[in-house]
Design a protein around this ligand. Structure first.
Ligand SMILES: [Cu+2]
Length: 261
């Protein structure tokens, strides 16, 4: 629902075209005080506009990196339903064991999703970050995805009003000229119910917020508001085809901003 739509498809898909789809790895908190299992929801959605929910299949991979060690979390996933402002779709609930101090980098490699309105597949390789006791251990390191965004600011502790800089990589090399869609999680998922909470802001009048990576793969964004912000580098990955159709292999990262109080 972004580019390359035929006129007919655009007419049908118009309400969704201006905003971006994002795979969410949602936790209510990013700083984890008490050790234990942290619930996480995986939702494929349009979170800025509280828009269309896409059906998420069981991911190919879902794991966490802590102190450089990978722990597979696929077995923690259970199918759930999630209701956004427009519809209900298939999503997943999982859990992340958080014990020792440090960063916990959540990684999801979803199945390619067939987007009928564009006749392409979309695969968003997604990272989100938890931290315990402020100890930095992993957030600045690549996790080795085919494409990923490396944060240059600690992603769990961004000040609203400051900036966030990321670097887009594919096969470990910088990607220049990548189109990065930027989105605010306006309506955070409610962990108890299966629905979105009430949106805190309206989407932008001009549609998707976009940055382009520079010659060395870097981009920066002034973060205007506390909450969760997502960045999706579109088609930055090396895979370009799935089952005979075009594949957009995207790198997604989620950061958390806070008001300075
Ligand atoms: Cu979309």
């Amino acid at each position: 629902m972004k580019t390359l739509l035929s006129a007919a498809a655009a007419a049908v898909a118009l309400p969704a075209i201006a905003y971006a789809h994002f795979l969410l790895e949602y936790t209510t908190d990013t700083m984890i005080e008490k050790p234990g299992d942290v619930p996480v929801k995986l939702i494929f959605w349009h979170p800025f506009e509280n828009g269309h929910v896409m059906d998420l299949e069981k991911p190919q991979e879902f794991y966490v990196i802590h102190n450089g060690e990978k722990t597979d979390l696929l077995d923690t996933l259970e199918p759930i339903r999630f209701t956004g402002g427009e519809n209900e779709g298939a999503a997943f609930k999982g859990s992340v064991p958080v014990k020792r101090s440090g960063d916990y980098v959540l990684v999801t490699v979803p199945q390619p999703y067939y987007e009928e309105s564009e006749d392409i597949y979309i695969q968003q390789l997604t990272k989100a970050f938890l931290n315990r006791n402020e100890l930095p251990t992993d957030w600045m390191n690549p996790v080795g995805l085919a494409t990923e965004i490396i944060p240059l600011n600690k992603p769990t502790n961004i000040i609203a009003g400051s900036t966030f800089t990321g670097r887009v990589l594919a096969d470990g090399q910088p990607v220049s000229g990548a189109e990065i869609e930027i989105e605010y999680m306006a309506a955070e998922p409610d962990m108890e119910s299966s629905a979105a909470s009430a949106p805190k802001v309206s989407p932008m009048p001009g549609g998707a917020v976009v940055a382009i990576s520079d010659d060395n793969g870097y981009f920066s964004f002034g973060v205007p508001k506390a909450g969760y912000w997502g960045f999706a580098a579109l088609g930055s990955g090396p895979a370009t085809e799935h089952e005979g159709k075009e594949l957009s292999q995207d790198a997604v990262i989620w950061i958390r901003a806070w008001d300075l109080e």
